[in-house]
Ligand binder design. Structure first.
Ligand SMILES: Nc1ncnc2c1ncn2[C@@H]1O[C@H](COP(=O)(O)OP(=O)(O)OP(=O)(O)O)[C@@H](O)[C@H]1O
Ligand SMILES: [Mg+2]
Length: 230
């Protein structure tokens, strides 16, 4: 070891966030290092999704500092934040969030199309990710025709298609049976580890959390415990 200090991929300091009268996060600090896989766990309503949305730059917290891939998000305008997310971040939201009017294939190709990639190349890359997630049969379906588990597979394919430096995934296997969920998780974590990307994984499932390098347990909007798993 050289003793070099690695720049964290995600850095949160003193994050406070409320929705009307519900306090969701009260002073949360978190660092995620390059190549690290961090599981965020805790009971329903403890603030896991809020934390993920804040870290990914989707929600602007009422208090605290968010640094994503070395950039202080407060110093970026909306366009710059969107660009950073599109280019270097993959996001799997808790409730799928595919574009209803597009085919599954085009949903997965969309992040590349938004980045100006050629349509054919984007579709070819999307098709290969759909194959890896076991979704090649459903490429021409619309999101309404998919089961919960299939939507999650498509959402994971869409998050990985750009080769992001960090992936945020909120219960990515929550609608899947155990075996399907494990395979999808292997793919997600494996793809990240292969390319040295970091993963922040929200889950209530201990088996899923055990795949991480580190587990951060939230309770009532504060970090209750942190444990190093490997
Ligand atoms: N858009 C919103 N409007 C109002 N309250 C919200 C909103 N989103 C979350 N909350 C509240 O903030 C708190 C934290 O919610 P959050 O979704 O972050 O929890 P969670 O840990 O992800 O829960 P779950 O495991 O059920 O997904 C909860 O009390 C929730 O009811
Ligand atoms: Mg949630």
């Amino acid at each position: 070891m050289t003793g070099t200090v690695e720049t964290p991929v995600v850095e949160l300091h003193g994050i406070e966030h409320s929705y009307r009268r519900t306090v969701a996060l009260r002073g949360v600090a978190l660092r995620v290092l390059p190549e690290e896989v961090v599981a965020v766990t805790g009971p329903s309503g403890c603030g896991k999704s809020t934390l993920l949305h804040v870290a990914a730059g989707i929600v602007r917290p009422q208090g605290g500092l968010v640094r994503l891939l070395g950039q202080d998000l407060d110093r970026l305008d909306e366009t710059e934040r969107t660009r950073l997310r599109r280019r270097r971040v993959g996001i799997v939201l808790q409730f799928g969030q595919l574009v209803p009017d597009l085919s599954v294939l085009d949903n997965v190709a969309l992040p590349l199309l938004l980045e100006g990639h050629d349509r054919q190349a984007a579709r070819t890359a999307a098709a290969s990710w759909l194959e890896r997630t076991g979704m090649d049969d459903a490429r021409d379906a619309t999101p309404a025709e998919l089961s919960g588990g299939q939507s999650q597979r498509a959402a994971v394919a869409r998050a990985l298609v750009t080769g992001p430096a960090v992936v945020f995934a909120d219960e990515p296997t929550g609608s899947m049976d155990t075996l399907g969920g494990e395979l999808l998780l292997d793919l997600l974590v494996g793809a990240a580890r292969e390319r040295g990307a970091s993963v922040v994984l929200v889950t209530h499932d201990n088996v899923v959390a055990a795949r991480a390098d580190r587990e951060v347990r939230l309770r009532d909007g504060v970090i209750e415990t942190e444990s190093v798993l490997r």
